[in-house]
Design a protein around this ligand. Structure first.
Ligand SMILES: [Zn+2]
Length: 125
C-alpha cells in the first residue's frame, strides 16, 4: 500500500498493507493518492498529402498528451476540431486557408473501372 508520511517534503512509499494501516492509525502517515495528471496543451497543426491519391489532409498532434489525428474532406478545415489534454483546439486560420487551397487543386483519382457485368449468360434448364 502506498502511503506518505505527514511531514514536509515527504515522498510516497510502499509498505505492506498491515504496516501501512498501522502508520495511518498512529497518525504518522496517510494513504497516498497520486495527483491527477495535468497536461500542458501543445498542439501543432500541419498540412500533408496522402501518398495513395495525393488528397490533402490536416494533421494535428500534441507533444504533451501524445494524441494525434488526420482531418480531411471538403469541410474539414471549418468543421473539425482537435480534442486533447482536456481542451478543444480549432484549426489555425493559416492552416485552414492552406488546406482550402490544396483541396481546390486536388483532383480525386478516378474510380477503378467497375467490372463489366456478365451478359448473355444463360443457365441451362
Ligand atoms: Zn494534448
Amino acid at each position: 500500500m502506498k502511503i506518505i508520511n505527514l511531514l514536509p517534503n515527504a515522498q510516497p512509499y510502499d509498505l505492506p498493507k498491515q504496516q501501512a494501516e498501522g502508520m495511518i492509525a498512529a497518525g504518522i502517515a496517510k494513504a497516498y493518492v497520486a495527483p491527477a495528471r495535468k497536461f500542458n496543451p501543445n498542439a501543432k497543426f500541419g498540412l500533408n498529402r496522402y501518398q495513395y491519391d495525393g488528397q490533402p489532409y490536416i494533421i494535428a498532434s500534441c507533444s504533451s498528451c501524445g494524441n494525434s489525428t488526420h482531418m480531411y474532406g471538403p469541410t474539414a478545415h471549418t468543421t473539425q476540431v482537435f480534442r486533447h489534454c482536456g481542451v478543444t483546439d480549432r484549426i489555425p486560420q493559416d492552416i485552414a486557408a492552406e488546406y482550402e487551397r490544396a483541396r481546390e487543386q486536388w483532383k480525386p483519382k478516378p474510380e477503378a473501372p467497375s467490372r463489366t457485368p456478365m451478359t448473355g449468360f444463360v443457365i441451362p434448364i
